[in-house]
Design a binder for this molecule. Structure first.
Ligand code: TGC
Ligand code: FAD
Length: 403
């Protein structure tokens, strides 16, 4: 199997003799605290030992490796940014590094952690009652309960304000009807956080998987994120007790706040996917001999590799500064949009160019770029498409909404 070599930063200096790490040309690692470096190293080891050996077959078999969940939990990677409730309480840079290392393995593993941490545990932590936090968070941190986040509907995910799923009061309880589409973890989740319209605006409902009238159906035939579970959710007169409604938020800003957390993680995650592709191409072009010399001796190959390193470096610095802003409490959603747009585009372009430089071998899943490329087609679409983030920046610059 020809999986990308794991990134072991201190031991992979560039061949140019300067001692620079080709995947970290601006020494981002050196600027990390001891704790941040430790987190990065332990997740990198986990990806090397547990993810890379199985991920190609998971992708080919369209299988999410559920067996990794207890290990992710044991490393403290579920809800890692939250304080209390058996969560690790790590800073934003650590969360970013976790996403980066996991996505070096595969976007599906980062996706699982993003949804569990940023889209399910975060809203329970930020908007839930004390009883909801006590009931769900410790078990979610231990990986005993899996969550999913149901916002997108079949009629158009970019415009969640046009929500058809609705909740009506019946006595003290709520009755929910509607459907959700493209929901990560949907059919393996023990609890679904479903966003639904009420007369007062959008609200979040925690629905246990065995609630009568609730069902999930896995979406098959995906060519992207094949190692991740994606499902449609159906709500047919689902009765939800009032104590299962998140009390702390009403309106679109509830789900959008969760998206800000998850998009932040994606800004880092996709750097890992791009680094995995570049690492493999540095090795491949050094050994593949054409026209009597290694491919890496050609100017156009070097220009393409240099361009990848340039774009990865810019993305790393963007993510690092975004993380510093987040840790200082100053991060704005528009800043997340710019980084999500830039970094996803960077990773998608690099994966495609790496696929091309592998020639015919590039279409085989034995090499990582095609898998990352296909995964990144989802990553550039979910959590706000590229266009949505471009228009968000347009609105920020001009003051006019073009949505
Ligand atoms: P707008 O009027 O801008 O805002 C409504 C209210 O929300 C507040 N707000 C935010 N709050 C936190 N974070 C953000 N990013 C926020 N953006 C806006 C805003 O301040 C306002 O608050 P208030 O108090 O004034 O009411 O809303 P809009 O209707 O103009 O928004 C338009 C748009 C297009 C930006 C928004 O609808 C959008 O982001 N659409 C994309 C939807 C999307 O990203 N869906 C993702 C679904 S989940 C998913 O893909 C998971 S993949 C998981 C994985 O596997 O990793
Ligand atoms: P649409 O909104 O129909 O967009 C179609 C096209 O129109 C896009 O190119 C878009 O950029 C463009 N467009 C939209 N508006 C405009 C405009 N104003 N001007 C110009 N162009 C525009 N959702 C969840 O809620 N939870 C999940 O866990 C989840 N996981 C997912 C996992 C996967 C693998 C995928 C693929 C999706 C997931 N999603 C999830 C859904 C995801 O968020 C949506 O696919 C995304 O928001 C886009 O919505 P849509 O697919 O309905 O496309």
């Amino acid at each position: 199997m020809a999986q990308a070599a794991p990134h072991t930063p201190a031991t992979t200096p560039s061949a140019g003799g300067s001692g620079l790490d080709p995947l970290d040309l601006y020494a981002v690692r050196a600027s990390l605290s001891d704790e941040e470096r430790l987190v990065q190293e332990s997740v990198a080891r986990f990806v090397e030992g547990e993810v890379l050996p199985i991920i190609q077959s998971c992708f080919e078999e369209h299988r999410f490796p559920k067996e990794l969940i207890p290990k992710l939990a044991a490393l403290g990677l579920l809800g890692s940014s939250l304080q209390g409730y058996d969560c690790a309480g790590l800073n934003a840079i650590c969360y970013g590094l976790i996403c980066q290392e996991l996505e070096r393995g595969d976007s599906a593993i980062r996706s699982f952690v993003s949804v569990q941490s940023s889209l399910c545990m975060y809203p329970i932590f930020a908007f839930g009652s004390e009883a909801q936090k006590a009931r769900y968070l410790p078990r979610m941190a231990r990986g005993e309960l899996i969550g999913c986040f149901g916002l997108t509907e079949p009629q158009g995910g970019s415009d969640p304000a046009n929500m058809k799923t609705h909740a009506k009061k019946r006595g003290k309880d709520w009755v929910l009807n509607g459907s959700k589409m493209w929901i990560t973890n949907g059919s393996i989740a023990d609890v679904a956080l479903v966003w639904a319209m009420t007369p007062a605006g959008m609200r979040g409902f925690l629905i246990d998987r065995d609630a009568p009238g609730f069902s999930a159906r896995e979406i098959e035939h995906k060519f992207s994120l094949r190692a991740s579970v994606t499902a449609a959710l159906f709500l047919d007169n689902v009765l939800v007790p009032d104590e299962q409604v998140l009390p702390g938020v009403t309106g679109l800003k509830g789900p959008l706040s969760c998206l800000t957390q998850a998009r932040y993680g994606i800004c880092w995650g996709v750097i890992g996917a791009a680094q995995a592709c570049l690492r493999q191409l540095l090795d491949y072009t050094a050994t593949r001999t054409l026209f009597g010399r290694p491919l890496a001796h050609n100017q156009t190959i070097q220009v393409r590799l240099a361009d990848m390193a340039r774009r990865i470096t810019a993305a790393q610095l963007l993510a690092l500064q975004l993380g510093r802003l987040k840790d200082s409490g100053a991060m704005q959603p528009a800043q997340v949009s710019l980084a999500k747009w830039n970094n996803c585009r960077m990773a998608l372009d690099i994966a495609r160019d790496c696929r091309d430089m592998l020639g015919g071998a590039g279409i085989s899943a034995e090499y990582a770029p095609i898998r990352h490329l296909l995964n990144l087609e989802s990553v550039v679409t979910y959590e706000g498409t590229e266009t949505i983030h471009e228009l968000t920046i347009g609105r920020e610059l001009t003051g006019f909404s073009a949505f």
